[in-house]
Each structure stands twice: as structure tokens, then as C-alpha cells.
Ligand binder design. Sequence first.
Ligand code: NAD
Length: 381
Amino acid sequence: MLVPREQASGERRVAATPETVRRLHSHGLQLQVEEGAGLASGYLDHDYREAGAEVVPTGSLPWDEVDGVLCLNPPAPEALNRLRPGALLVGLLSPYGAHELVQILCERQTASVALELLPRISRAQSMDVLSSQANIAGYKAVLMGAAALDRYVPMLMTAAGTIQPARVLVLGAGVAGLQAVATARRLGGVVYVSDVRPAVKEQVESLGGRFLDPPEIDDRPAEVGGYAKEASEAFLAAQRQQLAEQLALADIVICTAQVPGKAAPRLISEAMLDGMRPGSVVVDLAVAQGGNCFGTVPGETVERKGVLLIGADALPASVPNHASALYARNVAALVEHLCGEGDWKLDPADPILDGCLLTLEGVCRRPDVVAPTVPSNGANR
Ligand code: NAD
């Protein structure tokens, strides 16, 4: 299997580490790792070789010979066009609206697994890259917010008097949001949390956060398989009204509210930003899906009337060593599951593969997600 060096700008992670090379080697799989593939995340060619991988120069990657490719982001079309029929591509393939990619994969008869579509079932927990990476994003978002804030986060009693703890508002209590709550609490902040799923109240409270009950209106978004459905405009208007008061008191706001395959709910309007304290900080993790907050721009920090708006679209890549270690373990668990006698076990009826097997034998198995619904990564205005 080939592990190429990631080409996307700002991507510092790698899809296999020396630990997972060793692990997959013990299942009889040979890994070929592009030279320097792990350098940006702290994994050296020498360590890959020691673990049993072949380190291949960039100019001679054997795309046309390998049985599979492990990646973070989809490789370039020129590389995919060299894959032989039946090869398996595993990665975060950004399947929503990915017509061109899917067309190439079908033409090449490449089997592909889009890890963002892996079902959230207990059996697939060890393979769940969305969770391992969202956890990192939630942690790092709080650190970024704290670093940019003009105040302390913890309460301090000093000879010069007492400093009150910072107030942190977390929007969305999925994996990233819950890690943001835990991290902000460890720093000593007072944490408030909004989510449309009342089921998360207990989890928020167990981490020391205070849950803001969703507005009591009739068309509260339904929950399907643990995910919130898209909220109606009437619900969002009621939610924004509730949040306006909280925003005026907040020092740090961490935005993580998302609905899979849809634009992120707009929870902070321009008028609500006007009510925020100059010096406060908004970190928008949903920025690539259109953002929870007005005015955030992917990858940029914008100052608006003294409020810092951080468009945090690639946080896992900013903690590349651990992000790669966890991602690579998730991927290794999946590859072990798919490893058959001399061939891949790609049974569409397998509950783990059901949903995330994007293409198989020239057929797109998820035309529903390939239809574009999520806004592209433009400025969020
Ligand atoms: P996500 O990134 O899709 O969404 C983040 C959060 O945003 C969710 O909690 C969602 O309810 C919330 N949200 C949506 N609209 C909102 C709005 N208008 N206002 C406020 N919040 C809003 O979520 P995720 O982190 O991927 O987790 C989704 C679910 O999957 C959770 O129930 C989680 O517990 C579950 N999960 C299960 C497993 C497993 O069983 N293997 C693993 C990880 C996560």
C-alpha cells in the first residue's frame, strides 16, 4: 500500500506512522511510504524503514502497482489516473459534491472509502477519524481562543485583587464541542453550552459545563442517529435571540455546530457581534461549512470592532504529530478489517462499510452525498 506525502496546502499530517506500518506489516501488508511523508508531523524516513516500510523517492511512486493508497486528502487526478483497477483508496475524500473525484474513481474502477461517512456505530469506534480529529480541533480551538484573549482564563486571587474567570460559550456539543468544554474547564473558564440535542445536557454537565436548554418552540430539529437535522429558520431565530444575551457576556466563543452534509447553522449574526465586548474572541470551527458566525474567513483572523474572529478550518493539522498518530491508528483498524486472503473484503452489506464505501467496481454507491449541498470554502459574509 502506498502512503503519499500530502500535497494540500497547510496539511502536515500523514496517514501512516511507523507504529501503524509495523502493525499492518504483521498482517502481511507491505507499505511504501513517500520520502519525507512524515517529516512535517515528526515521523522520520529512518523510523518508517525500521518499522518495515519501503521509503520511495517522490519521483518514482508506484501508483500503478499498489493494491491501495492511504491518505488524508484525495491525491491529484494525475496520480489517481494511474491506479490499477481494484486498488483501494482510503482517506478523507470530501465526498460532498465531489463529482470529478468520483468520476475518476469510477473510470479507474478504484474502490474507495470516504472516512467522513463511516457509520458512528460501536464496532467502528476504533476507526472513527472524525472523532479523533474533532477532539484535537476542540482542544486546539480553546488554546487559540485563550492565546488571543485580552484576559486571563482562570480566576486568580492576587495581591492586586481578584481576577474573575473568563466566560466561554461553546456552540454545538458534539465531539469537538465536548472537548472544548473539557479544555476550557481545565484552564479554569466558566463554560456555557448550546446544542439543539437535549440528550447532550448530561454530558456537558458531567464535564462541568452549564447547558443552555434549546428554545421551547414546536419545530425543534429532530435527531437522527445521534446527529441533529437541519433547524428551521424560525428555530434558528429563537436560538439567536437566546444566544445574543450570552454573547454579550462571553470572552471566548467556540463555534462547532454542524449538520452533516449541510451548511453550518448561522448562530451569530452581524448585529449579535455588535453586542460583544471588544477584546473577546470567536473561534469558528464550522467556517469551512459556511460558519456559525457572520464574518469568519477560512484560515484567517479578522478584527471586527475589537472582536477577533478566527476562521479555524484546519486545526487537526496544527497538532500534526498526535493528529497523525490517531488518524493512522483509525485507518490501520479499518485496513485490518478489510484485509482478506489476497484481496480486499469489500462487502457492501458489511455494516462498517455500508455508507462509507463511496465507489466500488465502477459504481458510485453514495450518489446522495455527491450532489453538492455544502457551500464551498469562501469568505463567510
Ligand atoms: P457534528 O460535528 O455533526 O455537530 C456538532 C454538534 O452541533 C452536534 O452536537 C449537533 O447537535 C450540534 N448542532 C447542530 N445544529 C445546531 C444548532 N443549531 N445549535 C447548536 N448546536 C447544533 O457532531 P459530531 O461531533 O460529529 O457528533 C455527532 C453525534 O455522533 C453525536 O451524537 C456523538 O455523540 C455521536 N458520536 C458517536 C460515536 C460512536 O458511537 N462511535 C462516535 C463519535 C460521535
